[in-house]
Design a protein around this ligand. Structure first.
Ligand code: F0G
Length: 457
């Protein structure tokens, strides 16, 4: 049999509200050509993010009913703590309301002016939290990761030679930590190999630098290691995850991704060194250490989801679905990042819209065109999200202009994905009619969430 069937049955459904292209053209104009400002009921297939958008399982919903809402010492916390300890091998487990809350706590303590954080690629909120503390973030993705069309097994890897160079330049004592993002979300959802994790860890040990994992998509990364790194082909996903985490001094996690939860996250630490300072901040910003920013029921859903996400039948279906959509697009000549990422398909907007230069935001123009044509909402990961200005107010473009179509976990079926492919291919065939955009209003930090744009005629 060739058909990959979804490894679940559907028990509860939600409606999709249909609208016309004319209505969508009006909606995106009213949203100032920023898809974050659309109302979700006006979206047909929502691929804005895979974060917090998962369908929970019947077991997770059963767990929700078992949630114990005691302020202190809830059994739900101990089930959550034990799942996190079992998977990460880290003894200190601090629940937070989502990933960025864990980052904020960690970087408030380890960051500050003069400090440097190095990553394969920092996610936008991660970078923002680092910069907000006064520190700087440096991305050192490997060379293969910089070319969207050239396939390679581990394009999320960190450039170890560059890492040594940057440490020498800044001085090890100024390095707050090295953060490995698995999979590398902003770099195309590409995985990091165990080999690379080991090499980076080695450099950190030599220079006495903390090594952390941004673990949002740890199970997807572990699956790629299993199928692409010979040494791991007979290992279970949990064994691989255990080894990945064994090299880290700590990790931050958004349970909204690889834990199938609609909210939640945590900070885990191997030793008690930073634990007290982190818990002190937790108490004033999130909550008491046995619930952090979460209800007991959320802790239960996460504890169950963390194991469900490591099931191989699920991961096989998950990764194969990304390949399925990627293949359809490639066959139609659409420029996409290769190979397929773990949680999303990334369109190369620079190649897609050759007639739109970076300072007219080709990725954002493509996001708007996909919405108008078929009600499909993606997100720009390019100069609109990451662009900065030089001293003369000229845009310094991001290295890549991507549009991410992130697939929520266990939510859409193959026919939804077929429809998405049709929409993208239709837009590609008519790409010459797409116009560039200009920003007319923006904030300094994370401007892509709120900025207003207009069409350039
Ligand atoms: N790190 C990575 C790699 C992420 O992808 C995200 C969130 C976070 C940290 C922050 O976690 O949202 O729970 O606070 N990514 C979402 C996305 C929002 O759409 O990729 P959070």
């Amino acid at each position: 049999m060739n058909t990959i069937i979804e490894p679940f049955k559907i028990k509860v459904v939600e409606p999709i509200y249909f609208n016309t292209k004319e209505q969508r053209l009006q909606r995106i104009k009213e949203a100032h050509y920023n898809a974050f400002l659309l109302k979700s009921k006006d979206v047909l297939i929502d691929l804005l993010t895979d974060s917090g958008t998962s369908a929970m399982s019947s077991n997770q919903w059963a767990g929700i009913m078992q949630g114990d809402e005691s302020y202190a010492g809830s059994p739900s916390f101990f089930r959550f703590e034990s799942a996190v300890q079992d998977i990460t091998g880290m003894s200190v487990v601090i629940p937070t309301h989502q990933g960025r809350a864990a980052e904020k706590i960690l970087f408030s303590i380890t960051g500050g002016p003069g400090k440097v954080f190095i990553s394969n690629t920092l996610f936008d909120t991660t970078r923002a939290n680092i910069e907000y503390s006064g520190a700087i973030g440096i991305d050192l993705v490997c060379e293969e990761g910089k070319y969207p069309h050239i396939p390679a097994p581990f394009k999320g890897n960190m450039d170890v030679v560059a890492l040594r160079k940057i440490i020498a330049e800044h001085g090890a004592k100024n390095l707050a930590m090295v953060i490995m993002t698995v999979t590398n979300n902003s770099g195309g959802g590409q995985p990091v190999s165990m080999q690379n994790i080991r090499e980076v860890k080695q450099v950190c040990v030599e220079h006495n630098i903390l090594f952390f994992i941004d673990a949002c998509r740890f199970a997807e990364n572990a699956y790629f290691i299993k199928i692409r790194e010979e040494e791991f082909k007979d290992k279970s996903i949990q064994e691989i995850a255990n080894e990945m985490f064994s090299y880290a001094d700590g990790c931050t996690m958004s349970a909204k991704k690889d834990a199938f939860a609609n909210i939640g996250g945590f900070l885990a630490l191997r030793t008690n060194d930073l634990a007290q300072a982190c818990r002190n901040l937790l108490v004033i910003t999130e909550g008491f250490p046995t619930y952090g920013g979460l209800a007991g029921r959320d802790l239960e859903a996460i504890a169950i989801g963390l194991y469900e996400v490591m099931e191989e039948s699920y991961l096989y279906y998950r990764i194969t679905s990304m390949e399925y959509l990627t293949k359809k697009l490639v066959e139609a000549g659409v420029p996409v990042m290769l190979p397929a990422g773990g949680h999303a398909v990334y369109l190369d907007a620079k190649e897609f819209l050759l007639h739109i230069p970076s300072h007219e935001y080709p990725g954002q123009a493509l996001v708007c065109a996909l919405y108008a044509e078929g009600g499909v909402r993606g997100v720009e990961i390019g100069s609109f999200m990451f662009g900065k200005y030089d001293d003369h107010g000229k845009l310094i473009p991001a290295p890549l202009e991507l549009v991410r179509l992130a697939i929520p976990r266990r939510v859409y079926t193959q026919s939804h994905i077929d429809y998405v492919a049709e929409v993208v291919i239709h837009v590609f065939k008519n790409r010459q009619s797409i116009k560039g955009l200009q920003i007319i209003e923006e904030e300094l930090l994370l401007r892509h969430f709120t900025a207003k744009l207009d069409l350039i005629d």
